[in-house]
Ligand binder design. Structure first.
Ligand code: PLP
Length: 480
């Protein structure tokens, strides 16, 4: 299985080559040369498999340069009931991603039982194990000393998921920039309470955008970047998207009794990583009816799926679903590549407009008509919608959901069709967003007992000014 760039001007690579990298050298994103497709018989055999078996079945089609026994072992130590242990009520921990049924045909897929209580753990935990394995085994990584320094900026969920996935991993260090203000106390404590020697929390006296600018400036210094073996774990990482496609299969089999049925999925979306994984599952043959892209007030994706115009915004709005506060969707290019019939020249043209601050309109050139073939739908929610949904779900079904999941449920219900099971992706547990829950319900969300005194634990962090050179110095001193 080879991977090629959506922009057509970068070398074709294997999975292990793109695992540690970010963008392709031509600025595009790597995608499989062709999607492997499960036959009807193969899909029938997958029904009844547990999470680990399904993960191997799906990922071994996309990863053919890691020995099967090794891949099985990496999957085996990632998807355990011990790691995904924060299961709530009625759930079966051995399931990894239990399906909660609100009423017949309406479900929530519990994806937030991992260490940081958000769905990003689903892929990031595997990434940690894949990185450690590749650093020790791949010839190109060994040639450069088998070390990787991950540099990133976080507004909350990505940073903690990355740190919990990489803590204690051989050859990997994490330098994570977070803004002094803007994250919840719980999110801060999750990261800063980690005492592992390979985890460095750099708290920047500024806002998230400034953290991101510093990361860009450091990464643009190519000598520094190569010299210190700087890598990233952002949401365009192909391995993350691939790992996320597994739970679409798991949910599909849990929500149906026969492979003749179709299922629709509603996905709280920001960078289009999660819903892109659903698109891939469908390309691999999973009978998905609709993929419903749910956005908040930052509705660049909803606008596209309604109008055909993709118009990244100069600024993000701060909302009560902060993990979806994005102005452009970094994984969207993978979908448009498929929509265009894999036309790399077209992608170069479209993203040249985007990268110079503009937009594009696929209705004008007819491509937008094809969206229907891909079964996409969309919608958005306001703060009031999310609060109402949290209240209704609590009152009617006795289930507490977080503001991101509420966004997905609100938009999903607008597209629900009789006879088609609807699965809404739970992207975080309510405990992560206490203020929003208190506002909606007047009560505190339940928190796993183990995390009861999280904010009181000693914190390890390094507070710094908005200063690129100071960040570089810190990395240089600690990345030996
Ligand atoms: C990251 C995140 C999202 C958005 O996921 P994308 O893959 O970027 O679309 C939604 N909800 C929560 C809680 C998240 O952490």
């Amino acid at each position: 299985m080879n991977y090629l760039s959506t922009r057509g001007n970068a070398p074709t690579l294997r999975f292990s080559d793109i695992l540690l990298g970010g963008l392709a050298s031509d600025g595009g994103l790597y995608v499989p040369e062709a999607y492997p497709r499960f036959t009807t018989a193969e899909l029938a055999a997958m029904r009844g498999m547990n999470y680990r078996e399904l993960a191997f079945e799906v990922l071994s089609r996309l990863i053919d340069d890691i020995a099967h026994d090794d891949l099985r072992a990496l999957i085996g130590k990632t998807y355990t009931a011990e790691i995904y242990r924060y299961v709530t009520d009625q759930e079966n921990p051995a399931d990894i991603t239990p399906l909660k049924t609100l009423e017949p045909g309406l479900h929530i897929l519990a994806l937030s039982n991992g260490p940081t209580l958000a769905f990003k753990d689903m892929a990031m935990q595997l990434l940690g194990n894949l990185f450690e394995y590749a650093l020790a085994n791949s010839p190109s990584a060994k040639a450069t000393g088998g070390k990787l320094n991950i540099l990133g900026a976080t507004s909350g969920d990505t940073g903690s998921a990355a740190e919990y996935a990489m803590r204690g991993k051989h050859g990997v260090r994490v330098f994570m920039l977070s803004p002094e203000h803007g994250m919840t106390r719980f999110q801060q404590a999750q990261m800063y309470a980690l005492q592992d020697a390979n985890i460095h929390n750099l708290v920047i006296r500024g806002v998230f955008d400034q953290c991101q600018d510093i990361v860009k400036a450091v990464s643009n210094d190519l000598d520094f970047k190569t010299g210190h073996r700087i890598g990233a774990v952002n949401s365009i990482n192909w391995a993350r998207v691939a790992a996320q496609s597994v739970y679409y299969f798991k949910a599909y089999f849990a929500a149906t009794h026969s492979n003749d049925q179709e299922v629709s999925f509603s996905v709280p979306s920001g960078n289009f990583g999660n819903v892109c994984a659903g698109h891939i599952a469908r390309q691999m043959g999973l009978p998905i009816k609709k993929l419903i892209v749910a956005t908040n007030e930052n509705d660049v994706l909803d606008e596209f799926f309604r109008t055909g115009v993709y118009r990244p915004r100069p600024q993000t709005k701060h909302t009560s679903s902060p993990s979806m506060d994005i102005s452009k969707a970094s994984n969207f290019e993978r979908f448009v590549f498929d929509l265009s019939g894999r036309d790399a020249a077209k992608i170069r043209q479209l993203w040249a407009a985007v990268e110079s601050g503009g937009s594009f309109d696929l209705k004008a050139d007819g491509l937008f008509d094809r969206v229907a073939n891909f079964g996409m739908a969309s919608g958005s929610s306001s703060h009031a919608n999310r609060m109402d949904t949290i209240r209704t779900v609590y009152e009617v079904y006795g289930t507490m959901i977080d503001p991101h999941t509420a966004d997905g449920l609100k938009v999903g219900l607008e597209h629900r069709e009789p006879g088609v099971p609807l699965v809404c992706m739970e992207t975080a547990q309510p405990a992560k967003f206490e203020d929003a829950i208190r506002e909606a319900l007047g009560v505190d969300p339940v928190r796993p007992a183990e995390l009861a005194d999280l904010e009181a634990q000693p914190q390890k962090k390094h507070v710094m000014d908005v200063d690129v050179e100071a960040v570089k110095r810190y990395i240089a001193e600690h990345a030996r």
